[in-house]
Write a protein that binds this ligand. Structure first.
Ligand code: FMN
Length: 188
């Protein structure tokens, strides 16, 4: 028996992305975003939903670019910090001990300590109400060496991304349950 929870923003799993951009003075900034994910395969796109009040919102619209750095669980404190303090009055990179790396491909910085980063050009925006859906065309993905997986480009357990539970806490990746595009074949 299910009970209605109402029209709430609940989905599992949510990522904890660090969205990188330059402010109007060219200072690097990051903000945590959980409302995002891959949006298209051709062109390869990722979306993040950002409230207009965020510094990141105006920065992305101005520079027409952003990065998505995927932190691992050792960066959980810094990731939470980037989601509770605005770059309007704090140098979050410096305060969190993170390194802003200038992308050679798009006009946005990424987080040097993150194992995986996506460099994106702003492709489309959609005003949805409280949030603006920012769709980035993925120009390149960079990953630390040694994270390769068997049959997949990267091993998720080795990347060790932070999973955000909208209920309020951060989790690590759990055990695999089976091979994708494969285990379902037994029901064909
Ligand atoms: C786990 C987590 C997830 C968040 N996800 C989003 C999000 O998807 N969109 C958004 O607009 N704000 C989100 N926030 C809030 C922003 O990260 C926060 O307001 C941040 O201070 C904005 O930084 P900025 O003003 O430097 O851009 C999230 C915060 C946390 C802690």
């Amino acid at each position: 028996m299910k009970k209605s929870l109402g029209a709430i923003t609940l989905a599992f799993p949510l990522p904890a992305f660090l969205v990188g951009s330059y402010d109007s003075e060219g200072r690097p900034n990051i903000m945590t975003a959980a409302w995002g994910g891959i949006a298209s395969s051709d062109p390869p796109c990722i979306s993040v939903s950002i409230r207009p009040a965020r510094l990141t919102h105006e920065a992305i619209l101005k520079n027409k670019a952003f990065t998505v750095s995927i932190p691992n669980s050792s960066l959980a404190v810094a990731t939470d910090f980037a989601g509770i303090v605005s770059g309007k009055n704090t140098d979050k990179f410096a305060k969190a001990g993170l390194t802003p790396v200038k992308s050679e491909l798009v006009n946005a910085p990424y987080v040097g300590e993150c194992p995986v980063v996506l460099e994106c050009e702003l492709y489309k925006t959609l005003d949805l109400g409280a949030h603006t859906l920012m769709v980035g065309k993925i120009i390149d993905v960079k990953a630390e060496e040694g994270l390769e997986g068997e049959g997949s480009s990267l091993d998720m357990a080795k990347v060790d991304p932070i999973l955000f539970n909208s209920g309020g806490d951060y989790h690590k990746v759990g055990a695999p349950v089976g091979k994708a595009f494969s285990i379902g074949k037994e029901l064909k």
